[in-house]
Design a binder for this molecule. Sequence first.
Ligand code: UFG
Length: 376
Amino acid sequence: MTKVLLTGGAGFIGSHTCLVLLETGHQLVVIDDFSNGSAEALRRVAELAGLGPWRQASAEHWTAAEPGGGSLTLLRGDVRSPRDLDRAFAITGGGISAVLHFAGLKAVGESMTQPLRYWDVNVTGTVQLLEAMGRHACQTLVFSSSATLYGTTDRVPIPETAPLQPINPYGYTKAAVERLLTDVATSDPGWRIALLRYFNPVGAHPSGRIGEDPNGLPNNLFPFLCQVAGGRRQHLEVFGGDWPTPDGTGVRDYLHVMDLAEGHGRALDVLQAEPPQMLTLNLGSGHGYSVLELVRSFETTNGLTLPYAVVERRPGDSAVSVADPREAERRMGWRTRRSLADICRDGWAWQSANPQGYGSNEGQPTGALIGAQQVS
Ligand code: UFG
């Protein structure tokens, strides 16, 4: 049984990945500062995974793991803090063999007005994490990269070998971290690193218990559309009806967050089973859908009508972004299994059951440590 550290594991993709890893018997430690994640998400993950009671403990008092079972430990902390990282590596007695690095800021628009924050959290945070991994003799890392690296190319589909040409500070920080990790891997052949370039992760766990809970006004289409469906927003603005696409609206490669979470499990398995190496993989479905196709699928799947208005294009957008996902299938036997209808059904199950997301800060820890153990 492997012990894994997830930075940012209380966020959207991290929480779904926790569930997948718990279901395969891993022991998990999560460090998250709750800037865009919540302890409530992991309380629900623990419940879905059939762990024992989710209970708060002090930093000094931790309930030992049930022999032979998975476990989930959550530590509030900042990846830029060596002290917090050291604590995360040590908190369950050490022995962390791999890190999944989700922690980071991800709003394109915000990155243009607050570039320093993006460089600090995304790049400095990764430097600190690598230093901490060095101190704790851990050399296996799965990094949350992004298709944003490919910039506004209209090449369809996009292979991993396409030129990297990010166009905003968020994208530059992802490119910088990929470069940094490549340099680190070159400096020491013991590293096992996966750079996973996500396309458009959407949807939710089919239980409707966990899902995406963006802070404030959603930047992205799918969570916005869910909030329109739930009546929290009046209508959807479709950014541009004059793109060179079949219906004039932007085309993207939407993948179900559970497929993405499983992709992380596969990447971890491959890194741990094979000799040290660096993997660079697109995670996408290989299928593109336009904004209006997504709207129609959501309406048909869920029996709803979504009011929308076509408005000006959003600066920085491209017409089409679709993955060539064949390398991920070849290297780790992974491909998306869930359809656009699954995405729409599960996304709506989450939104309709949780109209305010995870709600207020209820359930947020007041102390430092929260944990749950699997009942075996
Ligand atoms: N869109 C709308 N209305 C909205 C929001 C989006 O019409 O309210 C359109 C966009 O113009 C685009 C499509 O919906 O055509 C998807 O937009 P998203 O904002 O959901 O996603 P992006 O493809 O722009 O970007 C996302 C992430 C990035 C990541 C990128 C990778 O936000 O961080 O996918 O491809 F880098």
